[in-house]
Ligand binder design. Sequence first.
Ligand code: HEM
Length: 464
Amino acid sequence: MAISAPKAATTAPGPRGLPVVGSALDLLRDFLGTTTEGRKTYGDVVRYVAGPPGPMRIIAYGIAHPDGIQQVLAGNADRYAKQDAAYNEIRALVGNGLLTSEGEVWRRQKRLIQPLFTHSRVNGYVDRMAQESAELVGRWDSMRQKDGTVDLHSEMTRFSLRVVCRALFGTDVDQIVPVLKDNVPYLSKKAFTRSLAPVHIPHHWPTPGNLHTNRATQQVYDVVDGLIADRRADPGGRDDLLSLLLSAQDPEGGTGLSDEEVRDQALIFLLAGHETTATSLTFTLHLLGLHPEIQQKVREEAAQVLDDRLPNTADTRALAYTTMAIQEAMRLYPAVYAIPRLIVREDEIGGYTLPVGAVAAVSPWVTHRHPDFWDDPETFDPERFRPEKEKARHRYAYFPFGGGPRACIGQYFSMLETIVMTPVLVRAFEFDSPPGPVKLFTGITLRPDQPMPCRITPHSPAGD
Ligand code: HEM
């Protein structure tokens, strides 16, 4: 179904919200509920007004139809910039890496970094992902002796940090994980709260909050700088991302990356690749724990493809049903639930004008539940991702990794990680999640706002 359009370009409809602050409080308190209701009430382009009149006021357009999403992320991407409040805060905290840079700086970084994320390169990390998965089975075996439940979210956060650190820094993972474990989530949360704060205190003012943030940033910088210095002194033929970043060459003849640029990229990979993947892993296991029949199909596939081996790259391609279950979990719980842009050149979507200076936001959360593209959208059903069904769907009805030139560079890495881990855990344990809604936290990324207890019992293969 194409996006419906009024006859002449006009202002999009939207809620009036409260006097003075408009929809600011609704969006802050319940972003997901407010924007989902917004689409239902006003349609595929919704205009939100947030904040008091004057320079602090934000006008934001929520775009829910895949045609409009394609226009923002791909077709007319040059009219939209990463200069909105959220990206400005991320940039202030972790610098100008591939996620945050723009224009010529981004193009040069992309030329240097893209070769590090080709499928064949990333396949080189499968063994480390599999070893970490096996280590987790052993860890859960010993934890389970005390109590039959594990907290999926804290366990998956630990796991994804270890995997991304092993890919980035190789064997130095035990040295760096303790420093990053609390600091990276802290910095991510800080970026989000600052981006929505009505008053912006400059970063260099010595407030307690700024001092804490600066300390967290400095600790992370120190450990990464130390690793870079060690690696420059003794490159030692290693193949982790840090070594590859240090030796990256611009195919168009420009200079390689300076130490500071290498550090910024490493931080961006940690920030962009750690919490997001943890959310996907958590909800994949949580949903399998709620749907024993789907869990059993994943287990049967693991038995058939892997027997009792750890997965290799070829296996990951054969784990088709597991992949569908993961994709479906990411439909319902997209870690990046909204993607904002500042409108820098006027555009028109669905017949509505999108003016310069306003924000355009596309939301996987909202569009992944759009009833024109998904039957019974709240139901967990991996069958939606059968190849023939995927082919028949609009490319932008499902976009957990964004799209267009700024699409996620870590998509294959994180999918591979989840496809490797899931069967290893599901063949070792039976998962039983408590029913009921999960309270969600919408920071820079989506994550549970509560522990995610899940009862695990060792699986005995005799029943298969
Ligand atoms: C489930 C896991 C992940 C999800 C859902 C996810 C999602 C996304 C999305 C939606 C974007 C586009 C943002 C925008 O257009 O504003 C993005 C960009 C990016 N992601 Fe991911 N990501 C994941 C994992 C990773 C991993 C593992 C890494 C790195 C190791 C990574 C690194 C990046 C980078 C560097 C960009 C910026 C690319 C560019 O602008 O050229 N992501 N990600």
